[in-house]
Design a protein around this ligand. Structure first.
Ligand code: P1T
Length: 393
């Protein structure tokens, strides 16, 4: 079955009543006919729940994996993965990752004895090999990166990982979703998604998902999913499964809108740079074109001004809601230095290019004319010579 068909049918066969939309299994517990012998396949919903399993099967299939595991948030999935490691183990992580991932790695996991090297992999992972150590057990890659949109060659990264025994390559696929990029097909061991973004797609669920094909690693993670207990609610699983049904059509339109927004911004005199993998000017355009099925809906851009202009610009956006998160049907715009990456230290932010002039935009499904009109008006207002009210400090 093709992607669109799998999104609608995998894990979603009609239930015992013939319901075309299978019911949500809200029960926390399941009756047993004799101690230790449940009537069906489930005993307790933390350990296993039919609605969660439907979602896990569906997303695993979209990622081209054998197994899927759902968690209460993207970060809960990250934490669970880190529990496969032990003190002294080493992780090579791309330097530009989501601020919350960095905060967890630098300020929590490190305290538990796991060592991290944050490295600029280079487009073809050419800087990765020199960061590998005998104790390296995991490579953590986000591509495109959040928020500077660096693209890294997953196939090449996987080749380097294979050259070292016992190294698990995790690719955070949140910015692309399995419609645009399928890391497992390119050699990754685990494809990670914050389901809170494109897979659910409607900004009303917080959830994470790990997809993989290796049975041994899956058993380990399933044991940890139950033991750590960071599982999503059945209702959220139902919502995410409903969202996943339209992933393909949403992603196509996100990309169509994003391409037009990127072209518009690139030609604008008050925009210094646009970072979007679908643009000819993107530094790793060739890698993106080779490994991605579509360029997605995320872009970042650098205003030709400072913090004052960035604040004025953002305060004049209204259709594009000023808010953290991404991947919803509505456009979301934000200031990474003050919002999603505020927990990253100023020197690291500076090194990564997360400046006061950097704006991140998750291009939504509004009519393109309305998006372009709002961008034009907000840029005019931000750079107008007439005095605007001072931005909120
Ligand atoms: O928010 P949560 O579902 O826990 O997912 C964390 C996460 C992991 N990986 C990436 C690439 C992410 O972007 C996120 C969450 N990001 C935002 C909330 C944001 O605005 O960037």
């Amino acid at each position: 079955m093709k992607f669109e068909t799998r999104a609608l049918h995998v894990g979603q066969a009609p239930d015992a009543n013939g319901a075309v939309v299978p019911g949500i299994e809200l029960s926390t517990t399941f009756a047993q006919r004799s101690p230790g012998h449940p009537l069906g396949a489930y005993d307790y919903s933390r350990s296993g729940n039919p609605t969660r399993e439907r979602l896990e099967q569906c997303v695993a299939s979209l990622e081209g994996g054998k197994h899927g595991l759902a968690f209460a948030s993207g970060l809960a999935a990250t934490v669970t993965l880190m529990h496969t490691l032990k003190p002294g183990d080493h992780v090579v992580c791309i330097d530009d990752v989501y601020g919350g991932t960095q905060r967890y790695f630098r300020r929590v996991a490190k305290g538990m004895g796991i060592r991290f090297s944050f490295v600029d992999f280079g487009a073809h992972a050419e800087h990765l090999e020199s960061a590998m150590e005998p104790e390296t057990k995991m490579i953590w890659l986000e591509t495109p990166t959040n928020p500077t949109m660096k693209v890294v060659d997953i196939t090449q990264t996987a080749r380097i990982a294979r050259g070292h025994t016992g190294v698990v390559l995790v690719v955070d696929n949140t910015f692309m979703s399995p419609f645009c990029q399928r890391p497992l097909e390119l050699g990754a061991d685990v494809s990670f998604n914050s389901v809170s973004k494109y897979i659910n797609g409607h900004s009303d669920v917080i959830m994470g998902m790990l997809c993989l094909s290796d049975d041994t690693l899956h058993s380990k993670l399933r044991f940890l999913q139950n033991s750590l207990g960071a599982v999503p609610s059945p209702f959220d699983c139902y919502l995410a499964l409903r969202g996943a049904k339209t992933l393909a059509v949403r992603m196509r339109q996100h990309e169509t809108n994003a391409r037009q927004v990127a072209a518009y911004l690139e030609a604008h005199p008050h925009v210094r740079q646009v970072l979007y993998p679908g643009l000819e000017s993107h530094a790793q355009r060739d890698v993106a074109a080779r490994q991605n099925y579509c360029a997605g809906g995320m872009l970042s851009f650098v205003l030709d001004g400072g913090l004052l202009e960035s604040k004025r610009f953002l305060e004049h956006c209204s259709i594009m809601t000023l808010a953290e998160s991404l991947g919803g049907v509505e456009s979301l715009i934000e200031h990474p230095a003050l919002m999603t990456h505020a927990s990253v230290s100023p020197d690291v932010r500076e090194r990564l290019g997360i400046s006061d002039s950097l704006i991140r935009l998750s291009v939504g499904l509004e009519h393109i004319d309305d998006l372009l009109a709002e961008l034009a008006a907000a840029l005019d207002a931000a750079f107008s010579k007439t005095k605007c009210p001072d931005p909120v400090s």
